[in-house]
Design a binder for this molecule. Structure first.
Ligand SMILES: [Zn+2]
Length: 100
């Protein structure tokens, strides 16, 4: 599911940078306002509704590929096609490390 090998670390080291609000890009409706937003130093992005950095399941998630975000300090709004949202009950994803 990774969008490519990390150019810096091989495996992306994802640090949580803010909360995220996920909106439907077609309707503008909020899908979920309690996601977490992560970034690797290489620039790769990730967002999910779980808390993998705490050892909890990832649940709904988006990879770099589908991010169309508008950043503000402390929170980011991401407009997505709902069909691009993936789901997993796992705590890890191949190609990603979630840093506590
Ligand atoms: Zn990376």
């Amino acid at each position: 599911m990774a969008t490519g090998d990390c150019t810096l670390y091989g495996v992306h080291k994802m640090y949580m940078v803010s909360r995220a609000i996920i909106k439907n890009k077609y309707t503008g409706n909020t899908i979920n306002s309690h996601w977490s937003y992560y970034k690797c130093r290489c620039g790769d992005l990730f967002a999910c509704s779980g808390a993998p950095q705490l050892g909890e399941p990832i649940l709904d998630y988006l990879t770099n590929h589908y991010m169309n975000g508008a950043g503000q300090s402390g929170i980011i709004t991401i407009h997505v096609d709902p069909s691009d949202i993936n789901n997993t009950s796992k705590r890890t994803l191949p190609g990603f490390d979630f840093i506590p």
